[in-house]
Design a protein around this ligand. Sequence first.
Ligand code: PEP
Ligand code: MN
Length: 285
Amino acid sequence: MTPGPSLVLRERRPKGTEVLIAPGLAVGGAAFVVMAGPCAVEDANQIAEAAAAVAGAGCPVLRGGAFKPRTSPYSFQGLGAAGVRLLRDAAARQRLAVVTEILEASDLPAFEGVDLLQVGARNMHNFPLLKALGQLRRPVLLKRGLAATVEEWLLAAEYLLAGGNDQVILCERGVRGFEPSTRNTLDLSAVVIAKQRTHLPVIVDPSHATGRRELVIPLSLAAAAAGADGLLVEVHPRPSEALSDGAQALLPEDLRDLMARLPAVLGSVGREMWRPLPFRRAAGR
Ligand code: PEP
Ligand code: MN
């Protein structure tokens, strides 16, 4: 019999784990954290515009893939290390934290200054990568595999905790289903089950789950109602020009609309939107 998860189980930490991704910015506490940005970093101008949209909507974290795991080798593969630098610079100018995907441990030097290391759905079963990230003391965002059971997802997280890294956020991003009208099937049951079974925070990616812009806001609200700890959402200044996943990218005004609608849903389940700490003047000034 396969030994089951242990360190990730809720009974180990009934109150839950808060993952601190930047000073004053924890995922898994009372506050709901929205991470947003384009599928991929494309150029300096695109990521600067996206960062302004993300900050303007009140989201604290900028996403953007630089090392992209594309289904076809002929698709845009991302800007690599240069893309991470562009992402970090754009985020710094807007005082945002950053999350970006890492495909292999040997790329780690390019990820200096990245607040949250994303393991994508295709790499959830990449055990050497999980073992390497388990040796770090840096936050990891672990997406659920394309067809992974909740048990397999928790066991992937267990690899990180077994290495000593408990700074792990789980992300439900839809699973392979039979329904062709969505890219994947968003499994909100898995969010509730994962929240019950583990002490780790769980967020939802409604963009890759649905593949369709018009479904992203309704399912984001549903995720908040289901008890998710946050969202990972794709937004692009000009989705029609996006080099990847344009059909699922929100427009900047859609992101503002989502952020305006979330607090009512969060309030109904006893949560609140993450807000920056009020600026405190240094004594004597
Ligand atoms: C992504 O978030 O950029 C991504 C590739 O998503 P997933 O791994 O869920 O397909
Ligand atoms: Mn994408």
